[in-house]
Design a protein around this ligand. Structure first.
Ligand code: AMP
Length: 130
């Protein structure tokens, strides 16, 4: 069965899309730690990050870096933090989280955003991509 993130890539499940190329996809986390919390995934469905083949792993980090640079321009923050967990969704994803304090990287700390706010953030990040 396809992962929930594969269903996002195929459009079966909606998302607030930030960026896409042939191999990678970025979208906003639906339950964000902080405003702008973004997930970057390989289209190839693999459970654990270090099980990715080396080319896909390097490509994922390259794509995530581009998204993170745009994210830092779009959302005021001290810096963008990176985390890879995967205990909830068994499809590799890199969390990019705008950080202003340590609580922003705490996955028990969540912020609530309205659909219009998600849409505005996704558009702002996309507009800052090179
Ligand atoms: P983890 O697997 O522990 O790294 O966490 C999975 C992350 O995916 C969590 O931060 C969830 O909020 C996020 N998530 C789960 N389902 C969706 C979805 N349909 N759209 C966007 N983010 C999601």
């Amino acid at each position: 069965m396809s992962s929930i993130f594969t269903k996002i890539i195929t459009g079966e499940i909606p998302c607030y899309k930030v960026a896409e190329d042939d191999n990678y996809f970025a979208f906003l986390d639906i339950n964000p730690n902080a405003k702008g919390h973004t997930l970057v995934i390989p289209k190839k469905e693999v459970n654990k990050v270090f099980d990715l083949d080396e080319d896909t792993y390097i490509g994922l980090m390259h794509f995530a870096r581009k998204v993170a640079i745009a994210l830092e321009k779009a959302v005021p923050c001290k810096r963008v933090g990176v985390s890879v967990i995967g205990l909830e969704v068994p499809h590799v994803h890199v969390h990019l989280i705008p950080l202003n304090s340590m609580k922003d990287i705490d996955f028990k700390h969540k912020v609530s955003l309205k659909p219009a706010e998600f849409e505005a953030i996704a558009t702002a990040i996309a507009n800052h991509l090179d």
